[in-house]
Design a protein around this ligand. Structure first.
Ligand SMILES: [Zn+2]
Length: 342
């Protein structure tokens, strides 16, 4: 499965950072069999887009960016959808037909990928995708909200539910509370009934994390002693995506038998682990990336029960460079959204 981005689109052309992503016009076509063409109303950015723009993903340009999108079906070459249907896009790419995909394990598909990274993305006017990668838009969400939740909520849902098996009577520490995936993690953990603690370098972000339901918040420096005091001996789960800058303190924050679950490493690719802390502490170190269609359906159900994404800011598609700059400045709390058409 691949995707096509058409009409006005935000195209990664040069690995020079935000200014290397430019607005271009592409011709439009009818969808091929099994595909739908979606008029995108809103798309949203992830840290991945910034990495792509900086050349860190080592993918050759051109590539239309963004994994997250919501819009209205314009044309359909599949019986699942018809023109006028309001939809959101499942941001995981897969073949839908191998044994893993049939078993519901899309993340283990040989053709696993991310929309806007391994194929063209949603920051465009008309987006063509396999009809199986499309879901009904939750009616309670605005277009901006519908474009804001997919990748971060899918990723955080799999991390906390499937991988770390967080329970309602447990405590989770969410690292780097301003990032989109962390904001989703705070909301999902609260939705599950768990107790939430959070860290951030920014006082403003710590305040916002408390508003979302974090019971206590800490500076991102040496937080483990304070976390252990607040959690009476340590937390059950640490939600990580920062890596080397915080991993040592994250390990020290755990109770015996605790789990660290991580989906990223924004502060570098190599981290040191204290082996005695790992084995004496009975610690589980869990990796996770993206999520399966079944997990996406669970997120949609949680949204129907009242969960809503947090939007940091909305930029018109033409101002994609400023939107990427906002992510690069790390000032955001929640998601940076691109408004595409109304
Ligand atoms: Zn597959």
């Amino acid at each position: 499965m691949t995707s096509l981005s058409q009409g006005r689109a935000a195209v990664f052309e040069e690995p020079t950072g935000p200014e290397g992503v430019r607005i271009r016009e592409r011709p439009t076509t009818e969808p091929q069999p099994g595909y739908v063409a979606i008029s995108i109303r809103a798309a949203s950015l992830n840290h991945l887009d910034l990495w792509l723009a900086k050349g860190a993903q080592r993918l050759p340009p051109p590539r239309v960016i963004a994994a997250d999108g919501a819009g209205v079906v314009k044309a359909s070459a599949d019986p699942r959808w018809k023109p006028g249907d309001e939809v959101v896009i499942f941001p995981t790419l897969c073949c839908w037909e191998c044994d893993w995909c049939r078993a519901g394990e899309n993340v283990r598909c040989e053709r696993f990928g991310v929309v806007g990274e391994h194929s063209d993305g949603t920051a465009c006017e008309l987006f063509h995708i396999d009809a199986r990668g499309v879901f009904a838009k939750p009616p309670s969400l605005t277009w901006e909200e519908a474009a804001a939740f997919p990748l971060t909520f899918l990723t955080a849902w799999r991390m906390l539910n499937t991988r770390a098996r967080l329970r309602a009577d447990e405590t989770v520490l969410v690292i780097g509370a301003g990032a989109g995936v962390s904001v989703a993690a705070i909301q999902i953990a609260r939705h599950m009934g768990a107790r939430v603690l959070a860290t951030s370098r920014s006082e403003e972000k710590r305040r916002r994390a408390r508003e979302l339901g974090a019971e206590a918040v800490f500076d991102s420096g040496e937080f483990s002693a304070d976390v252990k005091a607040a959690a009476r001996g340590g937390v059950d789960v640490v939600f990580e995506h920062v890596g080397p800058a915080t991993l040592r303190e994250s390990m020290r924050s755990l109770a015996i038998g605790g789990r660290i679950v991580t989906c990223g490493s924004t502060s570098g690719t190599k981290a040191e682990i204290s082996m005695p802390r790992l084995f004496f502490g009975q610690v589980s170190l869990l990796g996770s990336t993206m999520g399966n269609a079944g997990e996406f359906e669970s997120v949609l159900k949680a949204i129907d029960r009242g969960m809503r994404p947090v939007i940091d800011s909305v930029y018109p598609l033409n101002e994609v460079e400023s939107a990427l700059q906002r992510l690069d400045d790390a000032e955001q709390f929640g998601k940076v959204v691109l408004s595409v058409s109304s």
